[in-house]
Design a binder for this molecule. Structure first.
Ligand code: ADP
Ligand code: MG
Length: 716
């Protein structure tokens, strides 16, 4: 029998662009740019909608007012005509349930007229509100199944778009997903509420600083997305990959990333072809993709867009994950978004670059060129430091999921301990304020540094600390602990709300000091000083991977929450509930529902992993080992036979342990089940894996039923 895997490797290494050849030449002409051509954006609206309708829609959006139904009819008409010209036959409300994925239910534009023909129908009613049967989406007890209805509501601040398929197109309308009792069932509503909260607090602070021009502050997000691409042959030969997204078995290959040849290396032609088409599709959808490169692990890559406001940026991030996966298939590849698809090889994260900017174009986390801008910057920067310190456990909880447990704290990704990296210059500036050296700042000696302004902070300096979970990078903070598969929703909802709270606390203090006769500058510096003193424990510039830091962090009283069941309870901690209720971002019930859904997802996913591992071990790996034993016996090589038999016996023993762990779940669900999965099922899976991987190293290649790491990672 010829080695099956060898044949597959040869096939995998050959590829043709079955997506058809693109015509990149035409793209360099300015008028043939693809950017946004499938988006019903402001420019298209201006062209398509009657003047008065357009003006009223813009005003509604600017003022954040509810939409007049009559206006919706006119918008719907323009939107439908535009979409049908693009080939759309159907429309869908596109929303983000608590699974972290997107959901859609398509309806045709066409309705029969009764005389045997059909006309295209799509009114304001259908634009504004939809009623998907919501009973099968996770709600964490917010809605009993007998009151299954939830509805989707149009979010006019995120533009509609047309998704193409080889056989047609669909108009997608970004929507929020709510229960009939008005509770958020999705990731968008809380994000929008948190953006309002932060805007209010930041505008209030800006008024104290004498800024009368800004009306709104937007939070911005620029996510860097890491992912793997492997040949689809291997993917579909591995039930663990297509069922759970990660390899539950696989011996470490002789070649890993020790050679450091992959990071920023030249991109393989097939992969580059795939990236180019992915980027074109994203551009059509108005996603401002910008950067691409190889990542650290073999077969790992990264894509980053230019930042946008948090709501649109989060929607675009969901689209990015979808398009990455769709386009990969056209090149015979599969895109893996799991946090840790391969054990012993770097996993994939997502970096959430975050800042706040005014509608007048000022980035509040940009140090600026004047002493006045500098103190304003220090104020907002200190607010972020205080917020992250105050709610470190909550932030940790927002990045907890089953895939992350293999990654966070594993010396390839940020530690599970949240801390902030500021960089030398900025840390020195805060220390100067704290030591009082800056308090008597006369112009010319601001901050005691001999210059009137902060020294320019290195934007992308070489000394950037890659081990820090939360780093200042020149004019924004980068939260680096997100997992590759995650929605940006809850993370940014949390960032916005905790910073709003800190800004308010600090503004209260500034105003109180001013009332006592202090100048604005004195009041702000004093506030920054006390904030720094109280929260500087969260600032750490050293090596986040070192054992010394873990000890030091304990001394500083920082939280170390290594696993998902450790972190999730912080979603419903008293401090969390108070925070979100104060800012009308999430009610206690909404938080509880999120907590329940997250806990359930963790246990459910681990159960799927446990059962998949047991099934692969029993039906693929064990039979291979038995065949080898039989071959050895037939050939009369007793010594080898004995050794393989011993390994096989150990596999069987571990398999029984896993099967038991899979069967004997505790009767209590929720956290108790989650802890059981962590403490019993994961170790049992690891036990089976260790024995299976040992067998992989001795069983003949043509008998081994699964593609190996060296094949999946290195054949491109
Ligand atoms: P690196 O890999 O060095 O961190 P990249 O250039 O890959 O840097 O990514 C930087 C990211 O930061 C980009 O996605 C960019 O859009 C984002 N970004 C830049 N400025 C802001 C800002 N003001 N707010 C949010 N994100 C930002
Ligand atoms: Mg980065």
């Amino acid at each position: 029998m010829p080695a099956k895997t060898r044949q597959h490797n040869v096939l995998a290494a050959q590829w043709t662009a079955n997506g058809g050849t693109l015509e990149p030449g035409a793209l360099t002409a300015p008028d043939s740019s693809l950017f946004g051509i499938d988006v019903f954006n402001t420019a298209v609206q201006a062209e398509r909608l009657p003047k008065t309708v357009f003006a009223r829609l813009q005003k509604t959006l600017d003022d954040g007012e509810p939409l007049d139904p009559k206006l919706a009819d006119a918008v719907a008409k323009g939107m439908r005509e535009w979409a049908m010209e693009k080939g759309a036959t159907h429309y869908t409300h596109w929303f983000q349930p608590l699974t972290g994925l997107t959901a859609e239910k398509h309806d045709s534009f066409f309705e029969p007229t009764g005389d045997g023909s059909a006309i295209a129908e799509f009114s304001g009613k259908e634009l504004i509100q939809g009623e998907p049967d919501a009973s099968s989406f996770p709600t964490g007890g917010l809605r009993a199944t007998f009151e299954a209805r939830g509805y989707t509501a149009w979010d006019p601040s995120s533009p509609a778009f047309v998704l193409h398929n080889p056989n047609g197109a669909v108009l997608c309308i970004p929507t929020a997903f709510v229960s009939w009792t008005g509770e958020a069932l999705d990731n968008k509503i809380p994000l929008l509420r948190s953006m309002d909260a932060l805007s209010k607090s930041a505008i209030r602070a800006l008024r104290a600083f004498g800024d009368k021009a800004a009306v709104r502050v937007f939070t911005t997000v620029g996510p860097e997305q890491e992912y793997f691409l492997i040949d689809e042959q291997y993917f579909y030969e591995r039930p663990d990959l297509y069922t759970t997204g990660r390899t539950l078995f696989g011996s470490k290959p002789p070649k890993g990333h020790e050679l450091d040849e992959h990071y920023f290396g030249s991109i393989p032609e097939r992969v580059l072809a795939c990236m180019l088409e992915t980027e074109q599709e994203l551009q059509r959808l108005g996603v401002p993709v910008k950067t691409r490169h190889n990542e650290v692990a073999p077969a790992q890559y990264e894509l980053a867009p230019i930042f946008e406001n948090s709501n649109v940026g989060s929607d675009h991030q969901q689209l990015t994950m979808q398009v990455l996966q769709n386009v990969a298939r056209r090149y015979g590849l599969v895109c893996l978004l799991h946090e840790k698809p391969f054990a012993g090889v770097n996993g994939s994260g997502k970096h959430n670059n975050w800042s706040m900017g005014t509608d007048t174009g000022i980035n509040l986390l940009d140090p600026g060129d004047t002493p006045a801008e500098n103190i304003q910057f220090l104020f907002f920067c200190a607010a972020v430091i205080a917020a992250v310190d105050r709610h470190q456990e909550l932030l940790r909880a927002t990045v907890a999921n089953v895939g992350q447990d293999h990654r966070l704290g594993a010396n390839e990704a940020p530690p599970a301990i949240i801390s902030i990296f500021l960089g030398d210059e900025l840390e020195r500036a805060f220390k100067a304020v704290a030591s009082g050296k800056a308090a008597d700042s006369t112009a010319g000696n601001f901050l005691g540094l001999g210059t009137p302004v902060l020294p320019p902070l290195p934007l992308h300096g070489g000394d950037r600390n890659r081990t820090s979970p939360f780093a200042f990078t020149g004019n924004k903070f980068e939260f680096r602990a997100l997992g590759s598969s995650m929605s940006l929703g809850m993370v940014n909802t949390t960032l916005n709300t905790i910073v709003a709270e800190s800004i308010d606390m600090m503004t209260d203090r500034v105003e109180a000091l001013q009332a006592k006769g202090k100048s604005l500058e004195q009041a702000v510096l004093e506030t920054v000083k006390s904030t720094w003193k109280k929260h500087k424990r969260i600032v750490f510039g050293g090596d986040g991977y070192s054992g010394a830091w873990h000890k030091e962090a304990v001394k500083r009283g920082l939280a170390n929450l290594p696993t998902t069941p450790d972190a999730l309870p912080w979603l419903v901690d008293k401090s969390t509930i108070k925070l979100f209720e104060n800012y009308d971002v999430l009610s206690e019930r909404e938080l509880e529902s999120r907590f329940e859904v997250a806990v359930e997802q963790y246990s459910t996913k681990l159960n799927i992993e446990g059962e998949t591992a047991a099934s692969i071990a029993a039906t693929m790996i064990l039979p291979a080992a038995i065949r080898y034993i039989a071959e050895c016996r037939e050939a009369g090589v007793t010594q080898v036979e004995k050794a393989v038999r011993a390994k096989t016996d150990r596999l069987v023993k571990e398999l029984r342990r896993l099967e038991k762990a899979n069967e004997n779940h505790p009767s209590e669900e929720g956290l108790e089940l989650a802890r059981y999965m962590r403490d019993k099922v994961i170790p049992a899976m690891d036990g089976v894996r260790a024995e299976a991987d040992a067998l992989e190293r001795v069983v003949p290649d043509d008998l081994w039923p699964l593609p190996k790491y060296s094949e999946m990672l290195f054949i491109k």
